[in-house]
Ligand binder design. Structure first.
Ligand SMILES: CC(C)(COP(=O)(O)OP(=O)(O)OC[C@H]1O[C@@H](n2cnc3c(N)ncnc32)[C@H](O)[C@@H]1OP(=O)(O)O)[C@@H](O)C(=O)NCCC(=O)NCCS
Length: 141
C-alpha cells in the first residue's frame, strides 16, 4: 500500500474514476465533517462495480484491508474513486481503491483515502463460484 500522502496528482494511468460524486451536507457526521462510513460505502460501490464486471455476476465483499484515511474530505469536494484489480483468485478478486478530492472551486487534487477490497463471486445460492475467463471489452456504435 502506498502511504505517500504528498501525492497530489490523480492516477491518470488508472483511467477514469469508477465513481465521481460531490460530498454533500447529508454525508456528514454529527460534527459536520464528512462521515468515514459514507466514504467507505462509496469505495465499496466502486470496487463492487469493478468486481461484478470482471466476475460477470453477483459478488460479495468479504474483507477490507489496509484502509487508511490520509486527509479529510470537505463538503462540496468533488470526490473521485479509482478502483482496479490487483489479483484474480479462483473465486475472489482483490481490488485496490483510491479516493481523491478536488476542492470545489480549485484545481488542487489530493489522495484522501485508500483500501484493499476483496470480493467473492457468488452464485444464486450465495456460495462462491469460479471467476470466469476475462473477455475483451467491446464497443458498439
Ligand atoms: C462470501 C462468502 C459466500 C464466501 O464463503 P466462504 O465459505 O467464506 O468462502 P471460501 O472459504 O470458499 O473462500 C472463497 C474465497 O474467498 C477468500 N477468502 C475467504 N476469507 C477471506 C478473507 N477474510 N479475506 C480475503 N479473502 C478471503 C478465499 O481465499 C477464497 O478465494 P479464492 O477462491 O480466490 O482462493 C461468505 O463468506 C459470505 O457470504 N460472507 C458475507 C458476505 C457479505 O454479506 N458481504 C456484504 C456485507 S454487507
Amino acid at each position: 500500500m502506498s502511504t505517500d500522502v504528498s501525492e497530489t496528482r490523480q492516477p491518470t494511468d488508472r483511467g477514469s474514476p469508477v465513481v465521481r460524486t460531490i460530498a454533500m451536507p447529508a454525508d456528514t457526521n454529527p460534527a459536520g465533517d464528512i462521515f468515514g462510513g459514507w466514504l467507505m460505502g462509496q469505495m465499496d460501490l466502486a470496487a463492487g462495480n469493478v468486481a461484478a464486471r470482471r466476475a460477470r455476476g453477483r459478488c460479495a465483499t468479504i474483507s477490507v484491508d489496509a484502509m487508511a484515511f490520509h486527509r479529510p474530505v470537505i463538503v462540496g469536494d468533488e470526490v473521485s474513486i479509482y478502483a482496479w484489480i490487483v489479483k484474480v483468485g479462483r473465486t475472489s478478486l482483490r481490488i485496490q481503491v483510491e479516493v481523491w478530492r478536488r476542492e470545489r472551486e480549485g484545481e488542487t487534487t489530493m489522495k484522501v483515502t485508500e483500501g484493499l477490497f476483496t470480493f467473492v463471486a457468488i452464485g444464486s445460492d450465495r456460495r462462491p463460484r469460479p471467476i470466469p475467463p476475462e473477455v475483451e471489452e467491446t464497443w458498439e456504435v
